[in-house]
Design a binder for this molecule. Structure first.
Ligand code: FE2
Length: 295
């Protein structure tokens, strides 16, 4: 089976506003274009935007126009984009408007639902939407609490079915999400980048017996850890690289049971992924390097 190569970017937060706290909002337009050009010249099979494509300017008319500018900047890549919803994408837009804009630019999902899958080259690529509150209600403009996110109950049922179906068809699954599904502590307590019901989600992934790994955004420093045989790899953000720096993004390489990330751009060396260059998340025999093995 030929290798499947997927371009991946996270957290560009594009907005026409000045730099704050090391977030170079304005620069992201140039970086998105640079990333799309590289993905085109690399001829990747598909591309994924891990969310927070845009940031707020507190003006709904403006956010529509800078969302369109960000989507236009992705157009040098002529293949398909899978868009993952990020919390910042929904600060002024509702999900439907955001997804409709993505669909209008050759992006998925056409179904106007934030969670969906696509089968390609023997893999099922599953996109999740972590922008729900504890009651299973969609977060939408101005009512967002980013520290209180969940994968909704209906989505959990869907995820279980989708993975069971993938297993039946002999497909290996890779999960893409903005909000994180692993588990981490910070000095202040539980890392708020992680959805509150991540344990429930991980059980579904583990029990499915078909998930190769989870690729996530949202936590700008990036992160990498393995939990119960599944690698959780968080891409560093595009927005924090200083002015003039190369765009930070990567290429996910899938071949049989193997899975690797090749990092491109300048943001990797300061990230907490431990990656500079290329990292193997799964070997050809499916083994996960660095996994604590019993005994
Ligand atoms: Fe985010």
């Amino acid at each position: 089976m030929a290798m499947l190569r997927i371009g991946v970017l996270a957290d560009p937060h594009y907005a026409p506003r000045d730099t704050v706290n090391g977030r170079y909002y304005r620069d992201s337009l140039r970086k998105l274009r640079q990333c799309a050009q590289v993905l085109q010249s690399e001829r990747v099979d598909l591309a994924v935007n891990l969310g927070d494509l845009v940031d707020t300017t507190r003006n709904i008319r403006e956010v529509r126009s800078h969302l369109n500018a960000a989507l236009d900047a992705l157009s040098p890549y002529s293949g398909e984009w899978l868009h993952v919803l990020g919390n910042h994408d929904l600060l002024e837009l509702d999900k439907d408007s955001f997804l409709a804009a993505c669909t209008g630019h050759r992006g998925r999902p056409a179904e106007r639902c934030g969670y969906y899958f696509k089968d390609v080259g023997g893999y099922r690529l599953v996109v999740l939407d972590g922008n729900f509150d504890g009651m299973g209600r969609s977060y939408n403009r101005e009512e967002f609490d980013w520290t209180d996110c969940y994968i909704s109950p209906a989505q959990l049922i869907w995820l279980k079915d989708t993975l069971a179906q993938a297993k039946e068809k002999g497909l290996r699954a890779v999960v893409f999400t903005h909000e994180n599904l692993d588990e981490r502590q910070t000095p202040e307590g539980r890392d708020p980048h992680v959805v509150h019901n991540s344990g429930q989600v991980r059980s579904i992934l583990e029990e499915s017996g078909t998930v190769l790994g989870v690729i996530q955004g949202h936590c700008h420093t990036g992160y990498y850890q393995v939990i119960r045989g599944i690698p959780y790899f968080t891409f560093p953000s595009m927005v924090v690289d200083p002015d003039g720096a190369d765009a930070t993004f990567g290429i996910l390489e899938l071949e049989g049971e193997s899975m690797a990330v090749a990092g491109l751009g300048s943001g990797w060396k300061n990230s907490r992924t431990g990656l500079e260059g290329r990292i193997i998340l799964r070997e050809a025999n499916g083994a996960v390097p660095g996994e604590a093995r019993p005994g």
